[in-house]
Design a protein around this ligand. Structure first.
Ligand code: SAM
Length: 327
């Protein structure tokens, strides 16, 4: 199998961080596959020089193998070889026309490319299709994810502040994943629909039985197909980390929402620019950028609070929990 190869195994080099990339089955040559396994094991043990040398040898025989270019880029980055890493990620991108590896995000994180407005849908769907079965356990137990609980609490405080009932009639859960957000707020909603790019995440969400409807699809297209001014809560827990430019989702949410409705979401936080992409291949957004989007799209910011929704390698990831109201 050439190019990316068929994705079927999930091997995390660290169980305490967020998965970044889909994995591949085979180069079509068992000897090369075995060598790559050695390199992956060397990486896991911190032997980045040895790993880089093995990857380079593999690529002499299999220059088409995009993921090995990608992994060589990661190894060179660990070794402090920025230009070598950039060259390897560029080679990966050139051999990955569907963007399944999202090497452009790594190039942006290295400052070698402008920050993409969004990752390729194939990357997000591939990543979460592989992650789906392990998602709840890994995220909640290992990474101590608490986005849904933080969002629920922020919305409850916002309702108290506004003297509004803590109840919603038509709820859209953007990037619903396995349904953790839906489970957290089902009792507050008359009707709740979830959408996600990953069919396997949707399958997991279906098993919870909490959604009135579920769709596999992209958030902005999903919102655009909604009846106008009908939703009174649009919620996105840990989803905008997979979108850079949030203007389209603000615009489409505004159209789908009734006046007085809530738009609630979490993001990773930066102050460096409107949005950036980090080494974790996730986006971070600036508070000023979110407030400016609110102003431009008819939202009032009710609360924008520093809060970490999860840990990475044991450290809280800086984030924001935001509740806006459609004016
Ligand atoms: C980290 S998970 C969070 C899932 C869920 N909201 C939760 O709190 O557990 C992010 C989810 O967003 C989905 N996603 C990311 N970008 C998307 C997009 N543009 N359209 C639809 N789903 C998207 C991914 O497939 C993934 O299931």
């Amino acid at each position: 199998m050439k190019l990316i190869g068929r994705v079927h195994t999930w091997m995390t080099t660290s169980k305490t961080s967020y998965p970044k990339k889909p994995r591949v089955a085979s180069s079509g040559d068992l000897v090369l596959d075995r060598r790559r396994e050695w390199a992956v094991a060397a990486t896991a043990d911190g032997f980045h020089q040895a790993a880089a040398e093995i990857y380079e040898q593999i690529l002499e025989r299999a220059p088409f193998w995009a993921i090995v270019w990608f992994e060589l880029g990661e190894a060179r980055e660990k070794l402090g070889d920025r230009s070598g890493a950039i060259a390897a990620f560029e080679s990966a991108a050139a051999r990955d026309p569907d963007g399944l590896l999202a090497a452009d995000l790594r190039l942006a994180a290295l400052g070698a490319k402008q920050t993409p407005l969004a990752p390729a849908a194939a990357y997000v769907a591939g990543l979460f299709d592989q992650y789906a079965a392990k998602f709840d356990h890994h995220l909640q137990e290992t990474l101590e994810y608490r986005g849904p609980a933080l969002l629920r609490a922020a919305m409850e405080r916002a309702c108290e502040k506004l003297g509004r009932s803590f109840h919603f009639s038509r709820v859209l859960d953007l990037g619903c994943g396995t349904g953790l957000m839906g489970q957290e707020i089902r009792a507050l909603c008359e009707w709740i629909e979830g959408v996600d790019l990953s069919p396997r995440m949707i399958e997991e969400a279906r098993k919870t039985g909490v959604y009135d409807n579920l769709q596999t699809g992209e958030i902005v297209a999903f919102l655009a197909a909604q009846p106008a001014a009908a939703a009174d809560l649009v919620i996105a827990a840990d989803v905008f980390v997979y979108l850079g430019d949030l203007a389209p989702v603000f615009a489409a949410s505004a159209k789908a929402m009734a006046a007085g409705g809530f738009f609630a979401f979490s993001v990773q936080k930066t102050e460096a620019a409107e949005f950036i992409v980090g080494n974790d291949m996730r986006y971070a957004h600036a508070p000023g950028y979110l407030n400016a989007l609110a102003g431009a799209h008819g939202f009032q910011t009710i609360s924008l609070e520093d809060a970490s929704t999860r840990k990475d390698r044991g450290e809280p990831v800086p984030g924001l929990v935001v509740v806006m109201r459609k004016t």
